[in-house]
Design a protein around this ligand. Structure first.
Ligand SMILES: [Zn+2]
Length: 255
């Protein structure tokens, strides 16, 4: 097997394991539970064995049901593990020499940023809310890290003002109808991590992705007009596009 394939599989498996911890964080943060302690079935409190915790595989083998009470296990679990694995593979593919230490810090930054976006998107989709204090912590953390990695303070401040500020104004003037109260804070995190102009690209892509998907969904009558749609997944998608393609856009379109 070619070495890059093996490394890619290792990256996927590592990402999927991180994804299973991310699931625990998402569900326990939502329920205001301690992050420590063994994993249990939320319905019957059955303590899960290691063989029930293998990312993706366990959910498929158990056919999405608790081994003890047979109640369905939320599809969030395998989905987040799968996406986290894919995000890790993408981050690794951008810094394939990270094993030799080249680009290791950038890899860690990009992978953490992408799975944070994933976690907040899941929050918004499942419960239509975003954990405010965690987004502020993430915004500060990613802002400081981006600065330490060479982004200028000016760029970070502008990114926050554009991405967080714009959504904040929309949220205030629409009284939370166009944009929820949590979205500006997610925008702040994105702005701090990416800086200007990539934060602007993130916002642009978020509206393009959101607009296209909404039109498609309206066309097939999957959603109704005036139905509240979580915005965080589109913001997350926009931020990922800006992360992956931003430098290319800057180089080729804004010279
Ligand atoms: Zn159970």
């Amino acid at each position: 097997m070619p070495p890059f394939l093996i490394q890619g599989m290792v990256a996927f498996f590592f990402g999927a394991i991180i994804g299973s911890f991310l699931n625990v964080w998402i569900v326990r943060t939502r329920a205001h539970m301690s992050l420590w302690g063994r994993s249990r079935c939320p319905t019957c409190q059955y303590v899960l064995r290691p063989r029930h915790l293998v990312p993706i595989v366990s959910w498929i083998v158990l056919r999405g049901r608790c081994v003890s009470c047979q109640r369905p296990i939320h599809v969030q679990y395998p989905l987040v593990e799968l996406l986290s694995g894919c995000l890790c593979v993408i981050a690794w593919s951008r810094y394939p020499e990270l094993v030799q230490g080249i680009g290791f810090v950038s890899f860690v930054f990009e992978f953490l940023f992408s799975i944070s976006l994933l976690a907040f998107a899941v929050f918004d989709v499942r419960w239509r809310l975003l954990p405010l204090e965690w987004m502020i912590v993430a915004a500060i953390g990613f802002g400081v890290a981006a600065w330490a990695m060479g982004l200028s303070v000016m760029s970070i401040v502008l990114g926050v003002l554009v991405c967080g500020g714009f959504l904040g104004i929309l949220s205030i003037i629409s009284r939370g109808r166009w944009v929820g109260a949590g979205d500006p804070w997610l925008g702040t995190m994105i702005g701090a991590a990416l800086g200007w102009p990539r934060a602007g690209f993130a916002l642009y892509f978020a509206y393009v992705i959101g607009g296209v998907l909404m039109l498609l969904a309206l066309a097939v009558h999957e959603i109704k007009r005036n139905q509240a749609i979580p915005f965080a997944p589109f913001l997350a998608g926009g931020a990922l596009c800006a992360l992956w393609f931003g430098p290319w856009i800057q180089l080729h379109l804004f010279r």
